[in-house]
Design a protein around this ligand. Structure first.
Ligand code: NAP
Length: 288
């Protein structure tokens, strides 16, 4: 990094545990550098029990804001003074903004990032055109379900190994959201406009999901939130069946865009290829 910071530099960052693997510093600092901002984006890893004290100590605006990653997203919502509707619906915050008057605002840009990833990698996809199937019932699934409800999906089906967790999300998000078991995937897939893997299955070293993606309509778009590996076994199965696919890295970059604007008051530059930077850092290649 060739630029130097002044005493008036604006500071933002990402907080998680662990945070060492996070691609957010790479992405945000590339944008900062391109724009020549007097700013920096840093990683923070407080002890898991110390998250609340860490955030409370930032009241007053010493730091402009923080992205929040595992395992702190629910705690971030709880510690804030006010959530945006997106954070409230998702039940979690991936963005905290520290106001000059001491207030902390919680937002969630994961849903916007998910929809941006579809717009980029599956042009023409209409979230309101057909039912959306979400596999998993953790925080990521809940945020995705809330985003698709807000985007007008006629129905959102949440399928999870532990059905009770899917039911809890459905109860919270209203009549358009239904809970099913993973064993009902073939039925749920039959009319799906999109199928999203929001489980951690497929992550390097974890188990794989065994669901019949070929049971989806040919125009169905298949997405995996996992991005390491970039082409998970789930996406490989979708590609083999001839379905359009969206990957988790597009979502990660998609959620970073509104976060950057919220921190620094300016949109990130479009001419920095942060996707290639991220792929290089992961030791991955763009698919051909
Ligand atoms: P989480 O709260 O831990 O939930 C994990 C979910 O995966 C649960 O529904 C769990 O089912 C399910 N699961 C785990 N292993 C499974 C297996 N072998 N078979 C079937 N289901 C399995 O995690 P999260 O925060 O929601 O995150 C989920 C994934 O999304 C993670 O891989 C995360 O990295 C990714 N993510 C990516 C982005 C992005 O920007 N690309 C953003 C957010 C999250 P049970 O309820 O039955 O345990």
């Amino acid at each position: 990094m060739s630029r130097s910071l002044t005493g008036g530099a604006k500071v933002a960052g990402v907080v998680g545990s662990p945070v060492r693997h996070s691609l957010s510093p790479l992405i945000h600092n590339a944008w900062i550098e391109r724009l020549g901002l007097d700013a920096v984006y840093a990683p923070f890893c407080p002890p898991e029990m110390g998250f609340e004290a860490f955030v409370q100590g930032l009241r007053g605006g010493a730091i402009a804001g923080l992205n929040v990653t595992l395992p702190f997203k629910e705690q971030a919502l709880a510690v804030a003074d006010g959530p945006t509707p997106a954070a409230q619906a998702a039940g979690a915050a991936n963005l905290l903004l520290f106001k000059g008057d001491g207030q902390i605002l919680a937002d969630n840009t994961d849903g916007a990032g998910l929809l941006a990833a579809f717009a980029r990698q599956a042009p023409g996809f209409d979230p309101a055109a057909a039912p959306v199937v979400i596999l998993g019932a953790g925080g990521a699934a809940r945020g995705a379900a809330a985003a698709f409800v807000a985007a007008g999906a006629p129905e959102v089906l949440i399928l999870n190994r532990t059905v009770a967790r899917a039911e809890a999300i459905a109860e919270r998000l209203g009549a358009r959201v239904r809970a099913l078991g993973l064993d009902q995937a073939a039925i749920a897939f039959a009319e799906a406009g999109a199928v999203i893997n929001a489980t951690s299955a497929g992550l390097s070293g974890q188990g794989e999901l065994d669901v019949p993606l070929a049971a989806t309509p040919v125009e169905c778009v298949v997405m995996d939130m996992v991005y390491k590996p970039l082409i998970t076994p789930f996406l490989a199965q979708a590609e083999a069946a001839g379905r359009r696919t969206v990957d988790g890295l597009a979502m990660l970059i998609g959620q970073a865009v509104p976060s950057f604007t919220a921190f620094f008051g300016v949109a990130p530059p479009a001419d920095v290829d942060v996707r290639t930077l991220a792929l290089n850092s992961l030791g991955l290649n763009e698919r051909i």
